[in-house]
Ligand binder design. Structure first.
Ligand code: BGC
Length: 561
């Protein structure tokens, strides 16, 4: 059927006259992009622009379909875009350092004696149950308070992200973090310690909100996975550095723990300085009405003058975004359901792999198995190293193998290793004995295989997928839900793990293995592949094509414009 521009305008007006029409069974053929629909019959760019504006004005935000490009936009992978990515990703160092530092510090006698004398006494009593000697709510609160604070902070951070940009949000993150470090390193009592942790939590909440969004938005689609995973790579480096620092400071008495906590300031300073030199993302600039800056930035990061297609795409998304006054309310509407469910479920599953039982409490866990202080800290360094190296595999594979394959392979590997660890401990570690040296080494090897698979799958993809699936109008708010859900479930694990281990003993590992089966089924049936799809084309090319989620994408189009 041949379309003329005039006919189209008439069509739009006719639509405006009718009350409402449902854009149903939408897929790429039934809801073609504005360019594809009109291009054949509209000869001048101005006419095309007029048509686009007319159509946009007649559609509500949620109904603006995106996409002028069907594959990739023009542009190179520039040194500048990589540099910005590397610098911004240092936000992950702060998060990672925190994860890694608390387990080691809580295994240090000087620290326990000062802040948790009860735990200290229990630990010294030889007869204390292996699985229960660290079970103390106060001690767990030291680790977990940060995540509660981060949970609340991520909602505030989503506002600063939308209103002031990703860059400012990163700067705020580093300032909160520095303040928290000061309190922690100087702590004289539990109140100072926990207050410091809360400030660190604000830093993590702001950083984890802004950095993955920033990375996904500046990246060209074909390397978006890899660039985004730089965040997780820095998380793992942060954890490893923290483990090494703990290993070194454990022998500095009685203030080694102060050094461990104080050195958290280093990644915060790096992010603060780095955020002064990086660019703001084009999407954020355009969303806030700075069109010229947005276009100029796009040219710079893509290394080409020819950015019109991508620019138009973002402008369309920005238009939609500006019309949405209450993004959190929009998130509750049907078309946001797939992204929201997936974003939150990914966080639940990520944490219920049991990874933070290892990351927070590896030294404690290894002591539980009878390792001496130094041996357990060293084992934590080994698992930390495996974590970093395996994340590199993900950087290399994610845009080739795709997200789903990595997740499913990891489910198999994690299931086998968790079950084996649980089985060995069940058979060999009673409440009052020690694992023999050979068995203990085998457990460390299994823990490494487990960490490896997490590191190339649920670790990075838990952050990548929610940052790339929401449309611009709900991106910051939707991602805030993901961050806060992550923090909530991290809190639950941090707060409950030691008590769960006391109650369930080795069965705790089988508990996590059970969840791995559930998450594999979730990936098979409900998680679509997002590899290589431009970030503002997800609705059309991913959600509208999915066997289940497409029913949520049948939007109501209000033509009254
Ligand atoms: C998770 C953390 C975890 C870390 C381990 C991150 O993706 O969010 O909870 O400790 O990976 O590398």
């Amino acid at each position: 059927m041949a379309w003329s521009g005039i006919d189209e305008i008439r069509g739009v007006k006719a639509c405006a006259a009718s009350d409402r029409r449902t854009l149903s069974q939408s897929n790429s053929e039934q809801t073609p992009s504005i360019h594809r629909l009109y291009k054949p019959s509209v000869s001048t760019p101005d006419a095309l622009k007029t048509l686009e504006l007319t159509i946009q004005a007649s559609m509500p935000a949620a109904a603006v379909v995106s996409g002028s490009s069907s594959a990739e936009f023009d542009g190179r992978i520039t040194v500048y875009v990589i540099l910005c990515g590397v610098i911004a990703a240092t936000g992950g160092l702060m998060f990672g350092y925190d994860i890694g530092i608390s387990g080691g510090v809580t295994a240090m006698d000087d620290f326990l004696e000062k802040f948790f004398p009860l735990v200290y006494r229990r630990k010294r009593e030889a007869k204390e149950d292996n699985y229960c000697k660290y079970d103390n709510q106060g001690l767990q609160l030291f680790t977990s308070s940060l995540y509660l604070a981060a949970l609340a902070a991520s909602f505030a951070a989503s506002k600063t992200c939308s209103r002031y940009g990703r860059k400012v949000t990163m700067q705020l993150a580093s300032l909160f973090f520095l303040a928290g470090v000061a309190f922690n390193a100087a702590a004289e009592n539990l109140v100072m310690l926990i207050f410091g942790r809360i400030l660190l939590g604000f830093g993590v909440g702001f950083g984890n909100q802004a950095v993955p969004l920033f990375l996904s938005e500046i990246a060209p689609a074909r390397i978006r996975g890899a660039l985004n995973i730089l965040f997780q790579l820095d998380v793992t480096i942060g954890i490893l550095v923290a483990n090494i620092v703990n290993y070194a400071t454990a022998n500095i008495h009685p203030w080694g723990w102060r050094l461990s906590l104080g050195l958290a300031g280093v990644p915060a300073v790096i992010l603060c300085a780095g955020s002064l030199v990086i660019t703001e993302t084009p999407a954020s600039l355009i969303e806030r009405g700075k069109l010229d800056d947005g276009r100029a930035t796009l040219r710079k990061i893509r290394g080409t003058e020819n950015v019109d297609a991508e620019f138009d795409e973002i402008v369309r998304a920005g238009e939609a975004s500006r019309r949405v006054k209450r993004p959190f309310r929009s998130l509750l509407k049907r078309p946001s359901r797939p992204q929201l469910v997936i974003a939150v479920a990914m966080q639940f599953f990520q944490q219920f792999t049991g990874i933070n039982a290892i990351m927070f409490y590896a030294p404690v866990l290894f002591q539980t198995m009878g390792f001496k202080n130094n041996a357990s800290l060293l084992s934590a360094v080994i698992t930390g190293g495996v974590n970093v190296l395996s994340t590199l595999v993900s950087v290399a594979a994610v845009d080739r193998a795709g997200r789903r394959l990595l997740l499913l392979e990891a489910c198999a590997q994690m299931f086998v290793t968790q079950t084996a660890i649980g089985g060995i401990l069940l058979a060999r570690l009673k409440s009052d004995n020690e694992l023999g040296a050979t068995v203990a080494v085998w457990v460390v090897v299994l823990v490494c295989c487990y960490v490896m698979s997490f590191a190339w799958s649920w670790g990075p993809l838990g952050w990548l997928i929610p940052s790339e699936t929401f449309p611009l109008e709900t991106r910051a708010a939707g991602f805030a839900c993901a961050v806060s859900a992550n923090m909530l479930f991290t809190f639950v694990i941090a707060q409950a793990f030691l008590s769960m281990m006391c109650g369930m003993k080795a069965g705790i590992f089988l508990f996590f293995a059970g969840w791995i089966v559930v998450m594999a089924a979730f990936v098979v049936f409900l998680l679509p592949e997002t590899k290589g799809v431009p970030i503002d084309e997800m609705a059309e090319r991913v959600w509208r094509q999915h066997w289940y989620w497409k029913r949520y994408m049948e939007e109501e189009v209000d033509c009254q414009g």
